[in-house]
Design a protein around this ligand. Structure first.
Ligand code: URA
Length: 209
């Protein structure tokens, strides 16, 4: 599939299977999402640029690689995006962080914005948007459109599970944004939930249902 990277590593798939199980506790679900986000983070940051600096080891000097350019920006789509954010920040502690607050209107499934706060210099930074469930694609489309309006140019999208319908809708609007995901599931149900999926990511993450 074009512009979709499915991270098929056995550790990711094993952890995702544990997350899918309806009896998995909130505490374990949260730990697993953090662990998977580390592994997805490893993939999505694979093409960060490096520059070489001469350093001294205890034995000699060597030209060693360091990540170059401006600090990357992680944008969490509230609230479930925070579950991915934690692990990504473990991996890249110096990243800048933005938040986009969106909720799904229950009847139309349209993404409604209630909060937007991002670093003010997105133009020269790699930006990674985090939203665990790419279902209809509406919230991912809205979030990426908003960070584009804020001048972001180098944008990637990370989710946990995507639906084929959501990916098609997303790439119809943002064809240049690669989506990194642990799985592309079967379909959406009539309420916009991904099947087989994990249920409501926010509820499972925070124990709100
Ligand atoms: N949001 C969720 O949390 N789960 C889904 O399956 C779809 C959207």
């Amino acid at each position: 599939m074009n512009r979709v990277t499915v991270v098929e590593h056995p550790l990711v798939q094993h952890k995702l299977s544990l997350m899918r199980q309806k009896d998995t506790s909130t505490a374990l679900f949260r730990v697993l999402l953090r662990e998977i986000s580390l592994l997805l983070g490893y993939e999505v940051t694979r093409d960060l640029g490096v520059e070489f600096h001469t350093i001294e080891t205890p034995l000699t000097s060597v030209d060693a690689p360091f990540i170059s350019g401006k600090k990357l920006v992680l944008i969490s789509v509230l609230r479930a995006g925070n579950g991915l954010l934690e692990g990504m920040l473990d991996l890249v502690p110096s990243a800048r962080v933005g938040h986009v607050g969106l909720y799904r209107d229950a009847s139309t499934l349209v993404a409604m914005e209630y909060y937007f706060k991002v670093p003010d210099d997105l133009a020269d930074r790699p930006v990674i948007v985090l939203d665990p469930m790419l279902a209809t694609g509406n919230s991912a489309i809205a979030a990426v459109s908003r960070v584009r309006e804020a001048q972001a140019r180098d944008i990637k999208m990370v989710c946990l599970i995507a639906a084929p319908e959501g990916l098609a809708a997303f790439h119809a609007v943002h064809p240049d944004v690669t989506v990194y995901t642990a799985a592309v599931d079967d379909h959406l149900d009539d309420h916009g939930y991904i099947v087989p999926g994990i249920g409501d990511a926010g509820d499972r993450l925070y124990g709100t249902r």
